[in-house]
Design a protein around this ligand. Sequence first.
Ligand SMILES: Cc1cc2nc3c(=O)[nH]c(=O)nc-3n(C[C@H](O)[C@H](O)[C@H](O)COP(=O)(O)OP(=O)(O)OC[C@H]3O[C@@H](n4cnc5c(N)ncnc54)[C@H](O)[C@@H]3O)c2cc1C
Length: 431
Amino acid sequence: MVMQSEHARSYYAATAGQMPDYPCLGEELVVDVCVIGGGFTGVNTALELAGRGLSVVLLEGRRIGWGASGRNGGQLIRGIGHAVDGFARYVGNDGVRYLEQAGIESVAVVRERIEANNIDCDLRWGFCELANTAAQFAAFADEQRWLGDIGYGHETRIVGPGQMHEVVASDQYAGGFIDMGSGHLHPLRLVLAEARLAQAQGVRIFENSPALEIIHGSTVQVRCAGGTVRAGHLVLGCNAHLDDLEPRLTGKVLPAGSYIITTEPLSREVAQSLIPLDLALCDQKVGLDYYRLTADRRLLFGGACHYSGKDPADIGAYMRPKMLKVFPQLANVKLDYQWGGMIGITANRFPQVGRLSQHPNVYYAQGYSGHGVNVTHWTAKLLAEAIHAGHSHGFDVFSKVPHMTFPGGKALRSPLLALGMAWYRLKEILG
Ligand SMILES: Cc1cc2nc3c(=O)[nH]c(=O)nc-3n(C[C@H](O)[C@H](O)[C@H](O)COP(=O)(O)OP(=O)(O)OC[C@H]3O[C@@H](n4cnc5c(N)ncnc54)[C@H](O)[C@@H]3O)c2cc1C
């Protein structure tokens, strides 16, 4: 993917409102913590650390929210990774319960941040998970039962195949599961507002300041072109964009391209007819479709997962047929925006949270596997807790889950994943 230094020319960048410019690092600084990466992970970790009284520098190589955080589908969905009960052998049954609860509370963290600070990011509640197959539909009953058992405090509803038009004007689905405790929002406005909060708490933010080199030691040094930051602790929140800065972590995350198109504004009647309850929606195919209406009534439609490292030549032309398969009635609607972003995929689709064994003052959180709007806010809290207090139960639970390094280095990682995904897609087609 060709990456520019400015924000992707997305619907989000066009409607972000005021985008403050932060300076480029041009001096030598000494602080408690240096955070690298100006997405949800880095910004929120910096904010949480400053709230605990630590001095913090945040380095962003391009602009705040330039990465996945400022260009994603905006779906704020409960849960962490996929099927956390599969990790019981690492974290125990209590650990599984902790992760299940964290998947719910992480949404509450985002809600509280937005509400407590009056952040204008078009937050709306309601999400519908879509079933592509009868088996997926049948599984919703178990999910609803489980949420009831744990006392989930939000309305949920199973929508049968015959009622799907109450939720979405499409004939593609075998049913749906509505969760009013999940929702959708404008992610770039959120991360920009969080950066402003961090700055107000004393975090020194630098944009266009890529970290070029890390020199390890009890004081870690982070070298940029115009200056160096010396810190007691370092946090890496670079996700799919880490590249060669820390090769021990880069090899554990596969960058995969996902693409989004946004239509011209639709009339109130058309918008309401497409998604009558104004929910965020996401299906369960391998290269899943995710979509929702924006506050100004556009359809924002995302999907695909490209592992080749190459973008489609024309994202609009590539994504439009996917949108029309779901909504053929939009054949004459114009597209106003098209863009792509990099998802950081992990082999077990569980986020990677930990510290480098060789350098215990270097912490990281990455690899949210396409589900990070809520989880980044949670891992930020854990990183800050662990650094500030020297211990965090949640951090320990997360970091017990082992993560595979993809074999083959840079050259082989993407083709390997492409092969794996092709296999899953084949299984899907064959039923
Ligand atoms: C197209 C797309 C759609 C998605 N949709 C959803 C969704 O609907 N719901 C959901 O929950 N999740 C979604 N995700 C995933 C979610 O956006 C991510 O999990 C989350 O934003 C990750 O945040 P982050 O801060 O860890 O990484 P990022 O936001 O990617 O930020 C990493 C930052 O690190 C910076 N950086 C890298 N290297 C350096 C360096 N050397 N020096 C300084 N800075 C550096 C980069 O410039 C970048 O800004 C989507 C992702 C994509 C790409």
